[in-house]
Design a protein around this ligand. Structure first.
Ligand code: SF4
Ligand code: SF4
Length: 291
């Protein structure tokens, strides 16, 4: 099984619309969205509705007022000020250390699994084929994005193994933080989508540095390339000097922006299909070369 992971150093490079296009162009694949803070791939791939499954990472204290004798011990000893004068425990402030449960003289506090978000397995109907899709939603304020990405990836890989899928196409999180690092585990090839600007170049180099540290191969795609041709050329030269293949340049397209804001996969339009297909063919060739 191989996994193409699509990354960019920042949001807004067109990463998700291109990922959805590759999912549409692939013969057979599983789609994943690892941006657990703001998953946008489902907006374009429109999966069937599903309840999803709870994601729990850590514990939270729950106080039983029927048993509590209001001695104040837990409130005074909680280092995170998570317990109010009315003996309400703030889920947001509670760090799950369990100290309050230990000191309570009447065992009125129980530690329970903390719901940090949900993850979803569903099916999309893309370009006449059924595509299993995995994605997640981290609850606001929760910090376990890397663990949730690992959960999504593990569920997708299990499905691929059970049902004989040989390709995962995954939309990564922007930046180079925890969710990106987690998404690199077992990735076969990373497509870096960038824009020709000073900050785009800086972000591209940061992503590539991370990939080198993790030993993951990459391929470059310059989106909106005609907006700054000298910068696009400089990026290609840099890629060449660093042994990174270039999947292509995609010019700025008002049509692409309009199609995506209308919630459609770009390659559903003939002109955009023509534009993106050669890029996909190049990526597929690179995928064949990696393990
Ligand atoms: S588990 Fe720890 S952080 Fe949470 S309320 Fe109890 S003492 Fe405070
Ligand atoms: S330590 Fe136990 S009994 Fe005392 S206030 Fe806290 S929950 Fe209530």
């Amino acid at each position: 099984m191989k996994e193409l992971l699509v990354l960019s150093g920042k949001g807004g490079t067109g990463k998700t619309s291109l990922t959805a296009s590759f999912v549409s162009l692939a013969d057979q694949c599983i789609a994943c969205d690892y941006d657990v803070d703001a998953s946008n791939l489902p907006i374009l791939l429109k999966p069937d509705k599903t309840q999803g499954q709870e994601f729990s990472a850590g514990l939270v204290a729950v106080l039983n007022k029927d048993i509590c004798i209001e001695c104040g011990l837990c409130r005074d000893l909680c280092r995170f000020d998570a317990i109010s004068s009315e003996y309400q425990i703030s889920e947001l402030s509670c760090e799950g250390c369990a100290f309050c449960a230990e000191v309570c003289p009447v065992e009125a506090i129980e530690m329970q699994d903390r719901s940090s978000g949900r993850w979803f397995e569903s099916n999309s109907h893309v370009n006449g084929k059924l595509v299993p899709i995995f994605y997640a939603e981290l609850r606001p304020g929760e910090e376990n994005s890397g663990l949730l990405v690992a959960q999504v990836k593990s569920a997708a890989r299990k499905k691929a193994q059970q049902e004989g899928y040989s390709l995962l196409i995954s939309d990564g999180s922007p930046g180079i933080g925890c969710p990106v690092i987690s998404s690199l585990v077992e990735a076969s090839l990373v497509l870096i989508v960038t824009e020709p600007s000073v900050s785009g170049f800086h972000d591209l180099k940061r992503v590539q540095e991370l990939l080198e540290l993790r030993g993951v191969k990459s391929i470059l795609l310059i989106n909106k390339a005609d907006l700054n041709l000298p910068a696009s050329q400089a990026m290609e030269k840099w890629a060449q000097d660093n042994g990174i293949p270039v999947a292509g340049r995609i010019p700025y397209s008002k049509e692409l922006a309009a199609v995506v804001s209308g919630g459609q996969v770009p390659v559903s339009q003939p002109e955009l299909h023509e534009l993106i297909l050669p890029v996909w063919q190049k990526i597929r060739k690179e995928l064949e070369k990696v393990n």
